[in-house]
Design a protein around this ligand. Sequence first.
Ligand code: URA
Length: 218
Amino acid sequence: MDKKQGLLKLKLDLQSRKDIPLIKSANDVVFGDGDPDSEIVFIGEAAGYYESVEHRPFVGQSGKLLIKTLNEIVGIDRKDVYITNIVKARPPDNRDPFPEEIEAFRSILDKEIEIIKPRIIVTLGRFSMAKFIPDVTISQVHGQPRFFKFSTINHELTNYEPIIFPMYHPAAALRGTTVMNIFKDDFVKLKSLLVQKTKIEDNKQDIDTKQHGQLDIF
Ligand code: URA
């Protein structure tokens, strides 16, 4: 099964589940979207109104900012990355997802990552950041790449170790100039990371990631 088929199967499975909160019918699912062969995956929080109408992540105001910034600063189109959410449905009134909702969708996201195996995972906002970097605030770690070791994915042992790149959520950037400037600066750093990634991967063994697990490249 190739990546596209694997993701389609996962989406169809999710659409038929009766035990996942926020999913009453197949129509409620807002699955990940984009190029499954991309080396970058963006992970947001949950679908909003426009996403629930179009059944595609990040198509509202936040999405427009995300895609415009990716395009203008990094020079990459939406179709060339993969974009998904922690919670693949819309919480009512766009409230924050509950911990039990995040937990219910966890194995779906893990399988999605396992199929794509991106080299870089960009987390957008605190919910997706917390999956990989718990007990920190975004203000402490945004724009600082670090390796993350998946010792198991869905209970299976792995040695998959992508780079996690935490960023503010674009909705936070839309709320004020300070975060907007940080958001754009972090895209400049993401671009540098992409340029350097081959070197980083080659030298991975030499980099001391044990101390804070952080890559010292900026
Ligand atoms: N915010 C998110 O986190 N995800 C979306 O898909 C849209 C807005």
